[in-house]
Design a protein around this ligand. Structure first.
Ligand code: NAP
Length: 261
C-alpha cells in the first residue's frame, strides 16, 4: 500500500520542493494551497514523472474552519494520511503599531491555528496505526524575538514549542514530530512578507529551497525533533542560548531594520 503525504503550501517555495521529494519516494499526495492553477500545474508535472495519485485541495488555510474542512474532505475521499507536512506560512515585515490587523489575523490563523488543528485532527489515526510523521515548518526566527516581524517570529516560536512538546508526549508511539527551522530561503516568502525594505535577506546567507526541503525531509525520516539547516544557522541557535536576551533582540532589530536607515 502506498503511503500518502499531505502538504500545505505546496504551490511554491519549500512546499513545492517537498512535493517532489515525497513523489520521488512513491508517496501519493494531497496538495493544498490557494492557487489552483499552480497546484494543477504541479500535479500534472509530478504525474508525468511519477506513478502516484494526487489530490489537490484549493483552500485558504487562514480561514478559521479550514482545517476541519480539509479533514472532512479527506475523510469523505477515504484517504489515510501517513505524513502531515504543515508548511504553509505567512510573514509580515514592519513596525507592529502600523501593521494590518487583517494580516495579523491571517498570520496567526495560518501559522498557528490551522497547523495546530490539522495536527490534532490527523494525529489520532496515526496513533491507532502506531505509525506517522508530522513535519511542522517553523523558522530560525522561532528561537528568538523578532522586532519588526514580531507576530511572525512569535508564531514560529509557537510552532517550535508546540512541536517539541507533542514530540515528547508521542515518544514511543510510532508517531514522530519534526520542527524544521530554516533561515532566510529563496522563495516567494520575502515578497509576500514585504521584506523588500528589510536587511534580513541582505545581511544573512540565503538558502536554496530545494536544499532546505531535502534537509527537513531527511530529518523527518529519522524522526529528529528539531531540524536547523545550515551551519551558520545552527551556530545562531547556540548563540541565542548563550547570549543575553537584550543583546539578541537588539541584534535582530539591527539585522531586520530598513536597509537605508
Ligand atoms: N523563505 C524563508 O526565508 C523562510 C524562512 C523560515 C521559515 N519559512 C517558512 O517556510 C514555510 C514555507 O514558506 P516559503 O518560504 O516556501 O514561502 P512561499 O514561497 O511564499 O510559499 C508559501 C506557500 O504557502 C501557501 N500559502 C500562503 N498563504 C496561504 C493560505 N492562506 N492558505 C493556503 N496556503 C497558503 C502558498 O500558496 P498560495 O499562495 O497558492 O496559497 C505557498 O504555497 C512557511 O511556513 C514560512 O514561514 C520560510
Amino acid at each position: 500500500m502506498r503511503k500518502t503525504a499531505l502538504i500545505t503550501g505546496a504551490s511554491g517555495g519549500i512546499g513545492y520542493e517537498f512535493a517532489y521529494l515525497f513523489a520521488r519516494d512513491g508517496y501519493n499526495l494531497v496538495l493544498i494551497a490557494r492557487s489552483q492553477d499552480k497546484l494543477n500545474k504541479l500535479k500534472q508535472d509530478l504525474q508525468n514523472q511519477f506513478d502516484i495519485e494526487i489530490i489537490n485541495i484549493t483552500k485558504d488555510l487562514s480561514l478559521p474552519n479550514s482545517a476541519q474542512e480539509v479533514f472532512d474532505e479527506i475523510q469523505r475521499a477515504n484517504i489515510n494520511i501517513d505524513v502531515l507536512v504543515n508548511n504553509a506560512g505567512l510573514g509580515d515585515f514592519g513596525e507592529f503599531e502600523k501593521s494590518d490587523i487583517f494580516k495579523i489575523d491571517a498570520m496567526i490563523e495560518l501559522n498557528i491555528n490551522t497547523l495546530t488543528k490539522l495536527t490534532r485532527l490527523f494525529l489520532p489515526k496515526m496513533l491507532l496505526q502506531k505509525s506517522g510523521k508530522i513535519l511542522n515548518v517553523s523558522s530560525l526566527g522561532g528561537f528568538q524575538p523578532g522586532p519588526l516581524m514580531a507576530v511572525y517570529y512569535a508564531s514560529k516560536a509557537y510552532v517550535l514549542s508546540f512541536s517539541e512538546a507533542i514530540s515528547r508526549e508521542l515518544k514511543g508511539t510510532g508517531v514522530s514530530v519534526t520542527a524544521l527551522c530554516p533561515g532566510p530561503t529563496k522563495t516567494n516568502f520575502a515578497q509576500s512578507a514585504n521584506l523588500g525594505m528589510s536587511g534580513l535577506f541582505v545581511n544573512l546567507q540565503i538558502a536554496d529551497a530545494k536544499k532546505v526541503a531535502e534537509f527537513g525531509y531527511k530529518k523527518m525520516e529519522k524522526g529528529k525533533v528539531i531540524a536547523v539547516p545550515g551551519f551558520y544557522n545552527k551556530i545562531a541557535t547556540i548563540g541565542v542560548k548563550l547570549l543575553p536576551r537584550k543583546f539578541i533582540r537588539n541584534m535582530v532589530y539591527r539585522i531586520q531594520k530598513e536597509r537605508d536607515k
